[in-house]
Design a protein around this ligand. Structure first.
Ligand code: CP
Length: 312
């Protein structure tokens, strides 16, 4: 199958076939990171700009590593060290970056829709590294890769997504992605952190974490996105942790082969206890490892890899 997408903007615009191609390509890419020399020449001569308006550890670093493992050149820009602080607009910034002829721009922005706007303005491929509360498609893809790797499938699995659903772009992208791939998704969280109309994404809703995890094959815990809340939406963190936190006692009621995931960064002792985060059911660091493979696959595919050559 050919991959004809110029940009990766959200999960809604990817078909089941495209998602499967991305995951299959990521499975192949993963092997490259296990070699003594973790580098192939596939994207030699290509330029990738990492344009991050918001903080990031995993997404930014893994895109950088992914591009370098494919021999592309990378350049990082953050809001605080760019001319954005002098008042330059996103549109002007995009036009100036385009003038330097990059092949891919990975953008993270606090405003929903910023990557979509850039995609209309520039010829370079735009990959959304997270925009506001809207979408984080590369996170959803690495989450799907991790589930498929450990469960052998996505179709028919029960996925519980627990926490601050309202402010989470990860939750939104995973709801769309996992339901598209045939999973049965339930979201759980306090009413104050549950967006109106989330059911329209094809998921079921509960405010009871124990109900959500009881029959789940995968439990994905989410951090409270306090940077996006005008005021704290629960009386205290301690009460939040008691009511919605995942701990070993609560986990005893889950399926015995349950998998625990979290996109990171985790707040230990709030939404997840250290014993669970570091415990035998946790796939949190597997997700990070797979983040490199998925981002290698995406760079390869948007730059025409599936039309041109094998990755190695
Ligand atoms: N999961 C995720 O997006 O992490 P970062 O904010 O560290 O990139």
């Amino acid at each position: 199958m050919q991959f004809n997408k110029k940009d990766i903007l959200d999960m809604a615009s990817l078909s089941v076939e495209e998602i499967n191609l991305i995951l299959d390509t990521a499975d192949q890419m993963k092997e490259i990171s296990t070699r003594p020399i973790k580098k192939v020449p596939t994207l030699r001569g290509k330029t990738v700009i990492l344009f991050f308006y918001e903080p990031s550890t995993r997404t930014r670093t893994s895109f950088d590593i992914a591009a370098k493992r494919l021999s592309a050149d990378t350049h990082s820009i953050s809001a605080s060290t760019s001319s954005i602080v002098k008042g330059e607009t996103l549109i002007d910034t995009a036009k100036n970056l385009e003038a330097m002829r990059p092949d891919v721009i990975v953008i993270r922005h606090s405003s929903a829709g910023a990557p979509h706007l850039m995609a209309q303005l520039v010829d370079a491929s735009i990959i959304n590294g997270g925009d506001g509360m809207h979408a984080h498609p590369t996170q959803a893809l690495l989450d799907m890769m991790t589930v498929r790797e450990h469960k052998g499938r996505i179709d028919g699995l029960r996925i519980a997504i627990v926490g601050d659903i309202a402010h989470s772009r990860v939750a939104r992208s995973n709801c769309i992605g996992f339901t598209k791939m045939g999973a049965d998704v339930m979201v759980a969280g306090p009413p104050t952190m549950m967006p109106m109309g989330i059911e329209t994404l094809g998921v079921s809703v509960t405010h009871d974490i124990d109900e959500a995890i009881r029959n789940a094959d995968v439990v994905m815990m989410l951090r409270i996105q306090r940077e996006r809340q005008e005021s704290f939406l629960f009386p205290t963190l301690r009460e939040y942790s008691i009511t919605y936190g995942l701990n070993t006692k609560r986990l005893k009621n889950a399926k015995k082969e349950v998998m625990i995931m979290h996109p990171g960064p985790i707040n230990r002792g709030v939404e997840i206890s250290p014993e669970v985060a570091d415990g035998p059911f946790s796939l949190i660091l597997d997700q990070v490892t797979n983040g490199v493979a998925v981002r290698m696959a995406l760079l390869y595919l948007v730059l025409g890899g599936a039309r041109n050559a094998d990755p190695d």
